[in-house]
Design a protein around this ligand. Structure first.
Ligand code: SF4
Ligand code: SF4
Length: 344
């Protein structure tokens, strides 16, 4: 059974208190489970898309950064480029945005290089992939602290540690591979031919004449068009049929990103929004804040976060994507069986 450590805090706590709680969880976990710490441990974070306001602010990581410094451990923020057009598609723009968003406490590494070309093929020999393209600067590390913001996700159902590993550590090509076959549908009744999707599509797969149309041979299923359409004309009705396949691919990539690493997972479950931090606009939280989780097990920490959110809100909040946990457990990424240790 995996252990998951938890401290109840919410986004209304002072940032210093949140930061101290995260550091306390890290300290407790490393001491309790005798985790050997490497001399260099990057923090896998998400810098938030331009316009997003609910990503985890870097000030919340200061306690952890100071804890590592106190042990003479060097660190950096580490991230990979995204698939869709935006401010985080290339290394230069990505670092610029990260700094604008306040990520100035540590050096920044974009793990898959300028345009996603730097990756290592990690052999896993699973059902969907034999090899996964993991950002080179992540693949060559022995230990990473994976910082996740728990929230919903249009494709994965929810995003926590597994999502941060699987999609977040994949090179651009790895992200493409995970999205394969996920082609959305456009409602000709709802489409107003505004062309926002045509401009946004990273693959030039959409043409708008009277109505938008997707070229299925070009579409890589990145879902950017779904996020951008102002009229809700691009549907996720395909999710039901492909979600299991997508969730399996995500879990396999998470397995690859964590392979042979002595990782630590810290998940912030507050400002829990319907969609992810890649959305370039602000979103209202959909449920109550919960707290911070820490674990050595990415499956256990996601399960604990889902269960705690449901319990605190008296309902099943994120209904889709739970198969990811089942499949991740099956391939050996971690365990859904956990003990929750509440810290006061
Ligand atoms: S963004 Fe939506 S409304 Fe605009 S062209 Fe595309 S599908 Fe049609
Ligand atoms: S048409 Fe396909 S490739 Fe283009 S934005 Fe939509 S999902 Fe992405």
């Amino acid at each position: 059974m995996s252990k998951v450590y938890f401290k109840a805090v919410d986004s209304y706590n002072k940032t210093e208190e949140i930061s101290a709680a995260a550091a306390e969880l890290l300290k407790y976990l490393t001491e309790e489970e005798n985790v050997e710490l490497e001399k260099f441990i990057p923090l896998k974070v998400h810098f938030g898309e331009k316009g997003n306001s609910t990503y985890i602010n870097s000030k919340n990581y200061v306690g952890i950064i100071n804890y590592l410094r106190g042990k003479n451990i060097e660190s950096s923020f580490i991230e990979t480029n995204v698939l869709y057009k935006g401010e985080r598609t290339t290394k230069e723009k990505h670092i610029k945005l990260a700094k604008e968003h306040g990520f100035v406490e540590l050096p920044i590494i974009i793990a898959d290089g300028e345009h996603g070309e730097d990756y290592t093929e990690v052999e896993i020999n699973k059902k969907n992939f034999n090899k996964c393209k993991v950002g080179k600067e992540i693949a060559n590390k022995k230990q990473i602290i994976v910082m996740s913001h728990f929230k919903g996700h249009v494709l994965a159902g929810f995003g926590g540690a597994i999502k941060q590993l699987g999609m977040g550590c994949a090179s651009r090509g790895g992200k493409l591979a995970q999205h394969a076959n996920s082609i959305p549908k456009i409602s000709s009744l709802k489409c107003k031919a505004c062309k926002a999707c045509e401009v946004k599509c990273p693959e030039g797969a959409i043409t708008v004449i009277n109505k938008a149309k997707i070229d299925k041979d070009k579409c890589v299923g990145c879902a950017s068009c779904m996020a951008i359409c102002p009229h809700g004309a691009i549907s996720n009705s395909w999710l039901a049929s492909i979600s299991k396949s997508f969730n399996e691919r995500l879990a396999e990539y998470a397995f690859a990103a964590a392979k042979d690493k002595n990782n630590i997972y810290i998940t912030f479950a507050f400002n829990i929004t319907k969609n992810c931090d890649c959305e370039g606009h602000s979103m209202k939280p959909i449920v109550k804040d919960v707290g911070i989780f820490a674990s050595k097990d990415p499956v256990a920490i996601d399960k604990a976060a889902l269960d705690t959110i449901d319990k605190d809100n008296g309902k099943t909040v994120f209904k889709r994507g739970r198969y990811t946990l089942e499949y991740a457990e099956k391939i050996g990424l971690g365990s859904q069986n956990y003990e929750l240790i509440r810290m006061v």
